[in-house]
Design a protein around this ligand. Structure first.
Ligand code: UDP
Ligand code: MG
Length: 336
C-alpha cells in the first residue's frame, strides 16, 4: 500500500483575521508530512467557507491560486460549525484515504497530527484529539464546558471527554458516517456510534490566534440540548419515571386525606393545595416541553432536507457530473 492520501478539513466562518496566520501553518505541516513520507504528495487542505459575511471566501480563493495543496468549498449560506465540518468530510470521503478535521483558529495543536497519523498507520480508523487541560480558557468557559460533558453523560450520550471536532477519520469510517442521515448533527456523539478501532491523543489547547469565538453560552446550551435530543431519549424516560413517582405520592396523599376525613379532622390550609397544584402544573409543562422538543425534532427530521449545499468550489472536478454544485442529497456524490 502506498502512502495515505490526507485531506485536512477546516470549517471557516468569518475568519478573515485568523486565516492569513493559520493557513500557512497548515500548509507547512502538510509539506512536512509529505517530505518525511508520512502522507501522499497529492494530499490537500480543504477550507469550508460556512457562508461567511467577510473576506473569508476570497482569501480561500487566493490561497488556492498560490498553492495547489489548498482547496476550498463554499456553503450557500451559514449552516453552523457541525454542518460545515460534515460538508467538508463528505466531499473528502471519496477523494482521500484519511481526513483530519480541525478548527481554523489555531487553537488546536498541529503537532499532534503526527500522532494521529501514527495511530492510523497502526490500524486505528478514528483518532480523537482530546484537550489535556483547559488552562487557556476563562474560568467561566471551563466550568460551563465541564457542565456540558457531565450533562451529556447523565443524559445517556456517549462522548469522548474534552474532545471537540479535532479528529482523524478514515474514508472507511466516513462512508459509514454518510449512512447516518440525521439532519440535526452532533458529530462528536455520532463518531463513537460508528465503531471501528479508535484511540485518542491529547494536546494542550491554545488561545485563539485572532478573531473571536463563535460559541457563546447560548450556542453551547443549544448544542448540548441538540446533542442530547439527537442521540438519546433518556429525558423522556426520565419524565415517565418522574410521573410514576409523583402519582404514587398523589395516591398516598389521597389515602391520607380520606383517613383524616373519616376521622372527622378537616384538612386545613388552601396554601398547601395551591403549592401542590402549581408544582404539578410546572412539572407537567416542563414535561410537555421536553416531549414537544422531540416531536418538533421528529418533524424537522422527517423533511429530510439536505444538510449542506455547496455553491462553489475552487477546483474543477471530473468526478462530479455537475461541475460546480454538490448537495447532500446528490446521489452521484454519495454512491460514487
Ligand atoms: N464555525 C463555522 N460555522 C459557524 C461557527 C463556527 O464553520 O457557524 C467554525 C469556526 O470558523 C472555527 C470552528 O467552527 O473554525 C470553531 O469555532 P470557534 O473557534 O468560534 O469556537 P470555539 O473554539 O470558541 O469553541
Ligand atoms: Mg476556536
Amino acid at each position: 500500500m502506498g502512502l495515505p492520501l490526507l485531506w485536512i478539513v477546516i470549517p471557516c466562518y468569518n475568519e478573515e483575521k485568523v486565516l492569513p496566520i493559520t493557513a500557512p501553518r497548515f500548509l507547512a505541516k502538510l509539506s512536512e508530512f509529505i517530505k518525511t513520507e508520512k502522507i501522499a504528495a497529492n494530499s490537500r487542505i480543504l477550507f469550508v467557507d460556512d457562508g461567511s459575511k467577510d473576506q473569508t471566501w476570497s482569501l480561500i480563493q487566493n490561497f488556492s491560486q498560490t498553492d495547489p495543496h489548498y482547496l476550498g468549498i463554499q456553503q450557500s449560506r451559514n449552516r453552523g460549525h457541525q454542518n460545515a465540518v460534515l460538508a467538508g468530510l463528505m466531499v473528502a470521503k471519496d477523494r482521500a484515504d484519511v481526513t483530519i478535521s480541525i478548527d481554523a483558529d489555531g487553537q488546536d495543536d498541529l503537532n499532534v497530527m503526527e500522532n494521529m497519523l501514527a495511530a492510523y498507520a497502526d490500524g486505528c480508523e478514528i483518532v480523537y484529539g482530546v484537550r489535556s487541560d483547559r488552562k487557556s480558557d476563562s474560568w467561566f468557559k471551563r466550568v460551563t464546558a465541564q457542565g456540558f460533558y457531565r450533562f451529556l453523560r447523565m443524559m445517556g450520550v456517549d462522548v469522548v471527554y474534552n474532545h471537540a471536532d479535532y479528529r482523524l477519520a478514515s474514508s472507511k469510517v466516513l462512508q459509514h458516517l454518510a449512512e447516518f442521515k440525521e439532519v440535526n448533527l452532533f458529530l462528536r456523539g455520532m463518531f463513537p456510534l460508528i465503531g471501528f478501532k479508535s484511540t485518542s491523543v491529547s494536546y494542550e489547547r491554545h488561545e485563539r490566534l485572532a478573531g473571536k469565538s463563535h460559541y457563546p453560552l447560548s450556542k453551547m446550551i443549544a448544542l448540548a440540548i441538540n446533542g442530547v435530543t439527537s442521540l438519546s431519549i433518556k429525558p423522556i424516560v426520565f419524565i415517565a419515571e418522574l410521573g410514576a413517582v409523583v402519582s404514587v405520592l398523589g395516591f398516598v396523599g389521597i389515602a391520607w386525606a380520606a383517613v383524616m376525613a373519616f376521622k372527622g379532622a378537616t384538612v386545613a390550609g388552601w396554601a398547601s393545595i395551591v403549592c401542590i397544584v402549581s408544582f404539578l402544573g410546572g412539572i407537567q409543562l416542563l414535561s410537555l416541553g421536553v416531549i414537544g422538543e422531540y416531536v418538533g425534532k421528529t418533524y424537522m427530521e422527517s423533511k429530510r432536507r439536505p444538510r449542506f449545499i455547496i455553491s462553489q468550489q475552487t477546483w474543477h472536478d471530473d468526478q462530479s457530473k455537475r461541475s460546480k454544485v454538490e448537495t447532500d442529497t446528490d446521489n452521484t456524490l454519495r454512491e460514487s
